[in-house]
Design a binder for this molecule. Structure first.
Ligand SMILES: N[C@@H](CCC(=O)N[C@@H](CS)C(=O)NCC(=O)O)C(=O)O
Length: 233
């Protein structure tokens, strides 16, 4: 492992340790949305992490529209629809609901798709925000700023779960390049893991599918290099 990669994995592991196991284990899911939820967010944002943890804990698979700083692809839509540039912003086409505020998003997701009550690590607001800020502090410049890119025709797919240090590295690249994608959340004990293994051949994340090029791959570093080589301008 070279030094850059070692530093990458170490800081990403430290970020995961700041929110240990939060979003890594499946919680009871009452139903699956018929149409995918839509999340506008960016990776380093501590409030976006809280929303992503809730989605991951419920094994929900939103379409993610990355909105990094300086991004031109999706930020404007949030301003037009919601009235301001603020992230995360969740849209649920099934209930025609859209909302800002990570705390409201957590409550909504567990009320609509969970057993009605979010786990303590998402409910205890002061704790959630401070530890999520700490996690962001370990990688303050990753998944933050837009990099000019070519927009893919079809949605990419990333099998992931929120607290994995390796999945974060892949998500950061998707975010920086503003690549819209479907996140397939497969935390531990997720009922969706068997379907994933049927697709990929083994239980390992991150796993990227790019229908634009017919690419399917494991390995966070390879995924990041692939995304930059294929889509960065
Ligand atoms: N109370 C809000 C705070 C959200 C927030 O402050 N988000 C920041 C990013 S971390 C934001 O949208 N900043 C505007 C921008 O990035 O343009 C929540 O919990 O969702």
């Amino acid at each position: 492992m070279d030094l850059t990669r070692l530093l990458d994995v170490t800081t990403s592991t430290a970020a995961s340790a700041a929110r240990p196991n939060f979003g890594n284990v499946h919680y009871e899911r009452a139903k699956i949305p018929e149409q995918p939820l839509e999340l506008y967010e960016f990776e380093v944002c501590p409030y976006c992490r809280i929303a992503r943890e809730a989605l991951s804990a419920l094994s929900l698979d939103p379409i993610v529209y990355p909105c990094p700083k300086g991004g031109r692809r999706f930020r404007e839509k949030v301003k037009q629809e919601g009235g301001r540039y603020q992230f995360p912003y969740l849209v649920d086409p099934n209930t025609a609901v859209a909302m800002y505020e990570s705390a409201d998003i957590v409550d909504y997701l567990f009320a609509e798709y969970g057993d009605g009550r979010a786990p303590w690590f998402l409910r205890q607001r002061g704790f959630a925000v401070s530890t999520s800020m700490l996690a962001s502090g370990f990688r303050p410049f990753k998944g933050r700023q837009a990099v000019p890119s070519r927009e893919p025709e079809k949605l990419l797919e990333l099998y992931s779960y929120e607290g994995s240090p390796f999945c974060r590295i892949a998500r950061e690249a998707l975010c920086e390049l503003e690549l819209p994608h479907r996140i397939r959340n497969v935390p531990r004990r997720s009922p969706d893991r068997d379907d994933f293994v049927a697709v990929s051949g083994k239980m390992r994340v991150p796993y990227l599918l790019d229908p634009n090029t017919g690419t399917q791959m494991f390995e966070s570093d390879a995924i990041r290099r692939y995304l930059y080589t294929t889509y960065a301008r």
